[in-house]
Design a protein around this ligand. Structure first.
Ligand code: MLT
Length: 273
């Protein structure tokens, strides 16, 4: 779809009054949500965009100046183009970073949050420095070596050791133009710290994390989740950072139960200023 002059691709299934928008992690694309698109479609209209440069969406014009705000603008533009006025916003890892920034910028568009394997804080200095080194490596030699090292961190022990077909499938989801990597690394290393927002989150929130997640370990996720009033936490066994792909049944069951407990779409009243 052309949104504000830029091509934004997305996957969409399901119908109904409730819309769920799912934002993918790094360095992946909308297709990583296949198990959710396949199973949750009877419950809602589900839209999964490719963030700028990933999948078939246009790459950001200036990757080394890309910010979370640019991803937020892309998602808001897509919602506008699709006529979606209030959505359940879900994001895994980098998708969660975008979701936190989206909630800050457009709280009126968010009915509820589903946050998986992510964090509210900004990058620590050593993480931001590592991303800068990765950007230099991409400019110098492309993405091949880095893709393998990213893949290692994404998957839990159970998947890496015993599920070669899933490892291959995820590897296939990490093939993107170098500019997509450069833009995402830039946006992640410069993203705002949203930790102070957590106690003020007023929408129902489900947080999920793979028990074997090494990038955003369960203890770390629990620490920020507990700061969101009334939020729920689901820790998924035998799953790493890509909990939606590594433990799709448990992930889908937790999301389905969460959706079932939400007030009917349109009835939840967002507090007046
Ligand atoms: C992701 O899965 O989106 C990345 O691991 C996020 C990150 O590198 O911080």
């Amino acid at each position: 779809m052309n949104v504000d002059g830029v091509q934004v691709s997305y996957l969409e299934v399901g119908t109904g009054e409730r819309a769920v928008v799912l934002l993918h992690g790094f360095p992946l694309r909308a297709e990583m949500w296949a198990p959710q698109l396949a199973t949750l479609s009877p419950l809602a209209r589900i839209v999964a965009p490719d963030l700028a440069g990933f999948g078939r969406s246009d790459v950001a014009p200036e990757p080394l100046r890309h910010t979370m705000a640019d991803y937020v603008a892309q998602v808001a533009g897509l919602l506008r183009a699709l006529g979606l006025q209030r959505v359940v916003l879900g994001g895994l890892s980098m998708g969660g970073y975008v979701a936190f920034s989206f909630l800050r910028r457009h709280p009126e568009l968010v009915e509820a949050l589903v946050l998986a394997d992510t964090r509210a804080a900004a990058d620590a200095k050593e993480v931001a420095d590592r991303r800068s080194a990765q950007q230099d490596q991409i400019v110098a030699e492309g993405t091949t070596a880095l893709r393998e090292s990213f893949l290692e961190g994404l998957l839990g022990r159970t998947t890496s050791e015993g599920r070669p077909a899933l490892v291959r499938r995820v590897r296939g989801l990490t093939d993107h133009p170098p500019d997509a990597f450069l833009a995402a690394l830039q946006a992640m290393k410069s993203r705002p710290d949203c930790s102070a927002d957590l106690p003020g989150i007023e929408v129902p929130t489900l947080v999920l994390v793979g028990e074997e997640d090494r990038l955003s370990p369960p203890a770390e996720v629990r620490a920020w989740q507990e700061a969101i009033p009334g939020s729920r936490l689901a820790v998924l066994p035998r799953a790493g950072h890509l909990s939606n792909l590594e433990a799709p049944d448990d992930f889908n069951a937790a999301v389905a139960a969460f959706l079932a407990d939400l007030p009917p779409p349109g009835s939840a009243v967002y507090p007046e200023d």
